[in-house]
Design a protein around this ligand. Sequence first.
Ligand SMILES: Cc1ncc(COP(=O)(O)O)c(C=O)c1O
Length: 382
Amino acid sequence: MSRLKSKLPGSGTTIFTVMSQMALEHGAINLSQGFPDFDGPALLRERVSYHLEHGHNQYAPMPGLPELKNQIALKISALYGRDVDPIDEITVTPGATEAIFCAVSVVVQPGDEVIVFDPSYDTYAPSVILNGGVTRHIPMVYPDFRIDWGRVKDTINPRTRLIILNTPHNPSATIWRQEDIDALRELVTGTGIYLLSDEVYEHIVFDGQPHLSLLRFPELAERTFAVYSFGKTYHATGWRIGYCVAPRSLMAEFVRIHQFINFSTNTPMQYALADYMRDGSAHHLELGAFYQQKRDLFVQLMAESRFRLNKAAGTFFQLADYSEISDEADVEFAGRMTREHKVAVIPVSVFYEQPPKQRVIRFCFAKGDDTLRQAAERLVAL
Ligand SMILES: Cc1ncc(COP(=O)(O)O)c(C=O)c1O
């Protein structure tokens, strides 16, 4: 047999799996992978059990359960002032991850260029490469992680097909400002460039700031695939459920691809989420305050450490500069933290094509307060 040629020769196992595994092996507190160590609302879980027991265990409709899509449309209208057709402009997917892959597949033809901002979430580049596209990486650097829009302008060329955006941003925990929206609008207006807006942390924004969804801006929404995650919103990353919102003509192609990748998304969770959202839960509206309390606790606990923290503006991640503690590269430092100090973290350099010289690691604070206290006790001793 001829030797198998990898389509992703540059990719190993994702850092999240590596660090979570290492945390397990070394008995470390796992502040690496982005998932909560607590469950979502009891009522929502009760609705899942109900539907499991009441015959909702077969294929859901391919583009998503209509009842759930209606609730999503109502939420988008209430939060972002955009009227979306639940039938033709929303698809429920097995996590935001599948939605990202399908959206990239819709627009990227071999040789097309896609702009991503580093540090970038680790599924973007592989999704582009598997579709024969070429990524153009634009770095954002610690501590501000602002987008250099002049550089974006210089990178755009006739082969540019898609720009992948993410706000609130993982891993930098920054959020977009109005001037970012204005700059983006100026650059893409009159071009054939599409936008993929990863908004999985839409509800986790702090200090009274708004989430600037691209769905709020009609001139941007008309070229945008906006991607969301019920896993992040309802503390249920293992349920693998999210959705994509896009204009009718884009969604028609999206669905064409989605049907051959996963066909549909799990049924009882869709019924349960539809019930829970319909019954007027304010869970999503309270999520920002819930995580802000955790951010504040963690930042306060770390105040006496030698790590330097700029408060997260959104997401459930907190970056920390460790240059006062060590001059090791972040991958080595993260490994040593896990093995010797029993706190697992994510090195930020792995999110870059060409890592800048910075000594920064990412903590996930979606953990019980006692876990955060215990971790901070170990970190303060460093
Ligand atoms: C920025 C970003 N996008 C997408 C995802 C994937 O979301 P899901 O678990 O719904 O597939 C994550 C998960 O960590 C993320 O951080």
